[in-house]
Design a binder for this molecule. Structure first.
Ligand code: NAD
Length: 294
């Protein structure tokens, strides 16, 4: 049993922390929202009053925060984790953030003799609850080996993607594919409507043909063919359009910095930006089909 500090108990962090409690670990939770900490206590966790206390008691610190700004504050700020963790503590940041911040925080951690991994996830709140997340992990082999038994309690697929920041690189590349493919599948269904081709018929053909992809077969943006997809519940999220836009922006800023040409990724960012500005930020990202339809 490990003593783990878990910082950021939101939609993803709370169910992840609860799975660690179920696996027998002691969890000390921190969140700026007291209601989230109360929910952790109800599930058998403990509360920690400050990041200092959490970082001082724990062998492992996991963070699941909204964006790079909060990750910098929590790790690098005065009274933050890096200033207070015991040497040898394992730090695992599961938030989706920019590659530069992930690498900068990892470099500071290393200077203090701490082991740091960036380990963003795919699989959403459903995957966090069912402990079936995919973890894309960047950092040293030593840190990865130590983290594996903990990550296995929260996820099903755990891939070491290389050195610091490579987990974030994998995450934004993957989500750029997802954003582009969801728009492509939506455009295909809208064209089919105009051509008098039934949704189910297009699905039956494309899901078994070269148009097959996750956006078609698992998360189909029209109601009917995939009963579990958000299209069947008026596009209630799931994975919000705002989160997709965040990830597409991260991909675009990484592409600019690295000098990579990502034309379709840039188009996807513009289209999701307009969708979010139309008032649909909280809608599932597959609702983009309604925007494509016009
Ligand atoms: P969320 O907003 O529900 O949770 C974030 C939590 O962090 C909140 O409870 C907030 O109060 C807390 N917090 C913010 N600043 C803090 C601070 N300084 N100290 C302590 N706590 C602080 O977000 P989420 O949906 O849980 O997402 C978390 C991360 O996971 C994001 O980076 C997101 O992009 C990524 N992600 C989310 C999903 C999803 O489907 N929700 C899927 C994959 C990845």
């Amino acid at each position: 049993m490990a003593c783990i500090a878990f910082i950021g108990l939101g939609n993803m962090g709370l169910p992840m922390a609860v799975n660690l409690i179920k696996a027998g670990h002691r969890i000390e939770g921190v969140d700026v929202n007291p209601t989230s900490v109360e929910k952790l206590k109800t599930a058998g966790g403990a509360s920690a009053e400050t990041h200092q206390i959490a970082a001082a008691c724990a062998d492992t610190v996991i963070t699941m925060l909204p964006a790079g700004q909060q990750v910098r504050e929590v790790y690098l700020g005065a009274g933050g984790i890096i200033a207070n963790a015991k040497p040898g503590t394992l730090l695992i940041d599961c938030s989706t953030i920019d590659v530069d911040t992930a690498r900068a925080v990892a470099a500071e951690a290393e200077k203090k003799g701490l082991l740091m991994l960036d380990a963003p996830v795919s699989g959403g709140v459903g995957g966090a609850t069912a402990a079936t997340l995919t973890f894309m992990v960047g950092g040293s082999a030593q840190a990865f080996t130590r983290a594996q038994s903990i990550l296995e309690k929260m996820g099903k697929t755990i891939v070491h993607a290389g050195g610091a920041g490579n987990g974030q690189a994998a995450k934004i590349c993957n989500n750029m594919i997802l954003g582009v493919s969801m728009i492509a599948v939506s455009e295909a269904f809208v064209l089919a409507e105009k051509l008098g081709l039934d949704h189910q018929k297009l699905f039956d053909i494309s899901s078994k043909s070269s148009g097959q992809c996750w956006s078609m077969t698992t998360y189909c943006p029209v109601p009917g063919p995939v009963p579990a997809s958000p299209a069947n519940r008026d596009y209630a999220a799931g994975f919000t359009a705002a989160m997709m836009l965040k990830d597409l922006k991260l991909a675009q800023s990484a592409a600019k910095a690295a000098g990579a040409k990502t034309q379709l990724g840039a188009d996807a960012e513009r289209i999701y930006s307009a969708y979010v500005e139309s008032g649909e930020a909280g809608r599932d990202f597959s609702g983009i089909i309604r925007f494509v339809r016009g």
